[in-house]
Design a protein around this ligand. Structure first.
Ligand SMILES: C[S@@+](CC[C@H](N)C(=O)[O-])C[C@H]1O[C@@H](n2cnc3c(N)ncnc32)[C@H](O)[C@@H]1O
Length: 179
């Protein structure tokens, strides 16, 4: 596990995710992508949701005993197809993870009246530290482009934060309107 992974594994839920968590209907389930130690998996289980947690290493969820939790241990970057293809969730949560080839699949996973909550590092983070590789940094406006024509933006930020450590991040909460 990298130092960044270790840091995120020990953290409280993201304030961005907490801010919008109550919008997500209890009738659907939540997908926590690249869940790490499951800080958001744990948050939504505590709220009463069913949660599908996906990561290439789910060992940090070993302590969770909850029948509302579905575990999918999968390398999302080597699988030939998206393991959640065709499934719909009332909330799709992604924090501190970016694999561009799957971004559109994640939007497809959002059900009607469901939300995408996404927060990760953005271009400009290089001056604060890792990640510095453009592969892992969102381009300006990239999350807005991602949801355009599919989801309605509830809130979006492209900012420098100081906590939990100084970083340049981009974050969005977006809704699939009911039609
Ligand atoms: C920085 S951690 C973020 C964890 C969590 N989302 C959070 O914010 O607390 C990145 C996570 O992505 C997972 N990950 C990295 N590459 C992956 C891959 N190819 N397939 C699945 N998970 C991956 C790592 O195992 C790690 O748990």
């Amino acid at each position: 596990m990298s130092r960044i992974d270790a840091l995120h594994r020990s953290l409280a839920p993201s304030s961005w995710v907490k801010r919008f968590a109550s919008k997500i209907l209890l009738t659907g389930s939540v997908l926590d992508v690249a869940c790490g130690a499951g800080r958001h998996t744990r948050l939504f289980l505590e709220q009463g949701h069913s949660v599908t947690a996906v990561d290439r290493d789910l060992s940090a969820l070993a302590d969770i005993r909850n029948e509302r939790l579905t575990r999918i241990e999968s390398d999302l970057e080597t699988e030939p197809s998206w393991p959640l293809f065709g499934e719909r969730f009332s909330g799709v949560i992604v924090t501190n993870y970016l694999h561009r080839p799957r971004l559109k699949d994640l939007v497809e996973n959002v059900e009607s009246s469901g939300y995408l909550i996404y927060e990760t590092f953005a271009q400009g983070n290089q001056r604060f530290g890792k990640p510095t590789n453009p592969k892992y940094l969102l381009r300006s406006g990239e999350l807005l482009e991602l949801v355009r024509g599919a989801l309605t933006v509830v809130s979006y930020e492209d900012i420098v934060v100081t906590k939990p450590k100084p970083a340049k991040i981009q974050r969005i909460c977006a809704l699939r309107e009911r039609i």
